[in-house]
Structures are given as structure tokens and as C-alpha cells.
Design a protein around this ligand. Structure first.
Ligand SMILES: CSC[C@H]1O[C@H](OP(=O)(O)O)[C@H](O)[C@@H]1O
Ligand SMILES: Nc1ncnc2[nH]cnc12
Length: 301
């Protein structure tokens, strides 16, 4: 890999209706091959103001990849490989709460993972690991997002639970009401396993959820359709871009180690004895977390 590609960057994952960043300059596209297969698309490297970023369309060019078939392991591995240390993820969601209307922003701090069909870990037989996940979102990133959202006078809620459903069909009304009774704030199909894999990759991760609809629970509002999601995302794109651009300026100043410990998640994670670790799995994990093989004596035990 060209060395100039690998500088400290902010990874930005764009979801439905957010296929590009409006003010990106010095743009170049790179194809990253990973031991986990191909990411959803080439990464778009560039500068957002003074911040170096890597943008990835989650559903691929022209929205070809459905939520359950996104190769999230490759997406996260590719972002890490080009030097990303923080990942800002954007997702169009249904709102489960009256006070998070379409057009607002929810700075998510928790998830309920209801997905069933997806590859969710870089670990496995021969290399067993369990990362802490009580606080799945990086507090330093979420604080920065809240400050910028306030400065931009965006309607936003700081904190909220994102229920991740399998899809691709939207929920039944009974399910939607069940998720509300669980304390869900928003519902979408893509935040998992993204957040889990970001933690295993020792990346800081934050999720900006953008409600486009009230799912199907709210009788006096239109129930969700894919067309409604696209239409509402078009309306919010300029505000979403402003939030991303301004928060990247703050995130790019995060040079020191993460106070929440996101960048050291593997320190306490690995169960398999060093002499019993599968060498191929170590190499694959090493693509994502190079320190695990670069410093066998000093890296995670
Ligand atoms: C087009 S409606 C359903 C689809 O939109 C959201 O995608 P993303 O999270 O990538 O913005 C939602 O999670 C579903 O995947
Ligand atoms: N109601 C909804 N359910 C799941 N994903 C969504 N994305 C946007 N709206 C959604």
C-alpha cells in the first residue's frame, strides 16, 4: 500500500441517502483487499477542511448491497488499514419515540442487536476473544458530536438506543410496539455488527442516526416505506454534511490515546493461550490490529 494513504484518518460510513460527502477535496479512490473479502466499495480518501477522512458507502455504489449481505468485517478492516482511528457512522432510521421526529438527529449511545445472519467477529475457533461492550459508543466522539450539533442548532437528542433488526422487510406493528416497550429510541438495519467489529478493531466508533419516519407504530403518521426514507434523507443531507464536516475538525484533534479505552480493547480480550493460537487467524487479526503481531511480547496477552 502507498504509504501516503496510511495517515491518521476519520472513517465515515454513509448509509441510505448519503452516498457522498459534499465538501470533500483532494479526492482519491483506493481499492483495499482484506483477508475478509472485499469492502462494499472503494474507499474515497480526501480532506474535509483540515481533517483527513476515508468515506465508504455502506450499501455500495447505487445501493446494491442489502443490510444482511454487507461485508462488515471487510469494511471495518479496510478503514483500519488506511489509518482510520475513529469511525463515524451514519444511518437512516425509524423513530420509536415521538420526541425524535423525522429530520432530527439521534446521537446513539446503546444498541439492541436483533440481527441473526451476519458475521459478527474477527475471532473464532483457534483464537477466542471477548471484548468489553457495555459502552459501545466512544464517549469522546459523542461529546464532540453533541457540541457541534448544539452549535449548528440541529434538533438532536444526545443518547438513545438503536434497535438493529435483520430486515430487509420493515417491522410489524406488534414488533414496533415491542421495541418501544424495551426502551428503543430508533430502529434500523445496519448498526450491527458494525459497532461490534469496530470495537474488536480497536476503533473509536460513534453512530449518528437520522430518523426518516415513525416506523409503523404511530397511527396518525405515515408508516415507513423505502421511498419515504429516500425522500426524507434528501431533505436532511445538507444538515448531515454540515454536522460531519464540523465534527471532523474536532475529531481530527483527538491525537492522544482514547480516554474510554476503545483503542486498547484487545488488552483484556484474548482467552486462547499464546501457544495455542491459530497462526492464520493471528495473521488475519493482525491485518486489523497490527500491534497484536508486531509486538508479541508487549501486545495483548
Ligand atoms: C432504505 S430503508 C432501510 C435501510 O435504510 C437504512 O440504511 P442505513 O442504515 O445504511 O442508512 C436502514 O438501516 C436500512 O438498511
Ligand atoms: N422504520 C425503519 N425500520 C428499519 N430501518 C429503517 N430505516 C429507516 N426507517 C426505518
Amino acid at each position: 500500500m502507498d504509504k501516503s494513504v496510511k495517515v491518521p484518518r476519520i472513517g465515515i460510513i454513509g448509509g441510505s441517502g448519503l452516498s457522498k460527502l459534499l465538501s470533500l477535496s483532494d479526492v482519491r479512490r483506493v481499492k483495499v483487499e482484506t483477508p475478509f473479502g472485499d469492502p462494499s466499495d472503494e474507499l474515497i480518501l480526501g480532506a474535509l477542511g483540515k481533517a483527513q477522512v476515508a468515506f465508504l458507502q455502506r450499501h455500495g455504489p447505487g445501493h446494491q448491497i442489502p443490510p444482511a449481505q454487507i461485508n462488515v468485517r471487510a469494511n471495518i478492516a479496510a478503514l483500519k488499514h488506511v489509518g482510520c482511528t475513529q469511525v463515524l457512522s451514519l444511518s437512516a432510521v425509524g423513530s420509536l419515540r415521538e420526541d425524535c421526529p423525522p429530520g432530527s438527529f439521534v446521537l446513539v449511545d446503546q444498541f439492541i442487536d436483533r440481527t441473526i445472519q451476519r458475521e459478527k467477529t474477527y475471532f473464532g475457533r483457534g483464537l477466542v476473544g471477548h471484548v468489553p461492550f457495555g459502552d459501545p459508543v466512544c464517549k469522546r466522539m459523542r461529546t464532540a458530536l453533541a457540541e457541534v450539533a448544539t452549535k449548528l442548532k440541529l434538533t438532536h437528542v444526545n443518547g438513545g438506543t438503536y434497535v438493529v433488526m435483520e430486515g430487509p422487510q420493515f417491522s410489524t406493528r406488534a414488533e414496533s410496539n415491542l421495541y418501544r416497550s424495551w426502551g428503543g429510541t430508533v430502529i434500523g438495519m445496519t448498526a450491527m455488527p458494525e459497532a461490534k467489529l469496530a470495537r474488536e478493531a480497536e476503533l473509536c466508533y460513534a453512530m449518528v442516526a437520522m430518523p426518516t419516519d415513525y416506523d409503523c407504530w404511530y397511527d396518525s403518521h405515515e408508516a415507513v416505506t423505502a421511498s419515504l426514507v429516500s425522500e426524507r434523507m434528501e431533505r436532511i443531507a445538507v444538515q448531515a454534511n454540515a454536522l460531519v464536516e464540523q465534527v471532523c475538525a474536532v475529531l481530527s484533534a483527538h491525537q492522544e490515546s482514547c480516554p474510554c479505552g476503545c483503542d486498547r480493547a484487545l488488552d483484556t480480550a484474548i482467552m486462547t493461550h499464546p501457544s495455542s493460537r491459530n497462526p492464520e487467524m493471528m495473521v488475519r487479526l493482525g491485518f486489523v490490529v497490527p500491534r497484536i503481531i508486531q509486538s508479541p511480547g508487549g501486545g495483548p496477552k
